[in-house]
Design a protein around this ligand. Sequence first.
Ligand SMILES: CC(C)(COP(=O)(O)OP(=O)(O)OC[C@H]1O[C@@H](n2cnc3c(N)ncnc32)[C@H](O)[C@@H]1OP(=O)(O)O)[C@@H](O)C(=O)NCCC(=O)NCCS
Length: 212
Amino acid sequence: MSCHLEPTIGKEKHASSVENPPTCDCGKDTSVDHMDNRLYKPTRRKNDVKITHVPYKNTSSLSFRPVMFSKNSVIEECDIGDGTIIWHHCNLYRCSIGKNCEIGSFVEIGEGVTIGDNCKILPYAFICPGVEIGSNCFIGPHVVFCNDRYPTVIEHGVEKTIISDNVNIGAGAVILPGISIGQYCTIGAGSIVTKPIQKIGVIAYGNPAKVV
Ligand SMILES: CC(C)(COP(=O)(O)OP(=O)(O)OC[C@H]1O[C@@H](n2cnc3c(N)ncnc32)[C@H](O)[C@@H]1OP(=O)(O)O)[C@@H](O)C(=O)NCCC(=O)NCCS
């Protein structure tokens, strides 16, 4: 089951609240051990901006893993699967993220992006509109996707980028617009991927990235 995160105003507090913090099986108060010492329900901030923010919470005493958010992240109208964790200072706009993913700090994910299940997106990745990422993908820190081949201050159309299931993209790689990468491929750190990589299970690296 996945949840569509909509702001909720004026509803009762979550069962685990500031007054009633969650505890581990060992009975320890876990509300102070993690990213934040309070639990939040999705809520609406002032100026009627749709923002959802819920901090990480320890779930060892719960029978399911809820979606967990740092309260410092901005999450606007996203569909996010169960068990997905979103760390600090992420900006997620109208995207869809599957189950059991981990979104590292300072990641930005643009409107319309889709990400499958069990993906790990490391800090500072920039995933722009037009990108589709399959399941079980690793997106390294500082990976940059591009969707506009000839960028100017005026926005053009968005070129689509498709990352198949089980793809690993090394740190700092840049994926140019309109690229597709086949299943089980690995892209080396710092590579610039300028052409589609249609083969399955190959390694490519360098600038421009070449299959080796
Ligand atoms: C691409 C990669 C998987 C290749 O690993 P490998 O097959 O073990 O390759 P090797 O280390 O044997 O290197 C083979 C050659 O490729 C070069 N090479 C390796 N990775 C490269 C890269 N990312 N960019 C350019 N050249 C690279 C090496 O210098 C070496 O060149 P040489 O034959 O002239 O000496 C690996 O180097 C890599 O980039 N992994 C991603 C790491 C990462 O970003 N992790 C996530 C961060 S948390």
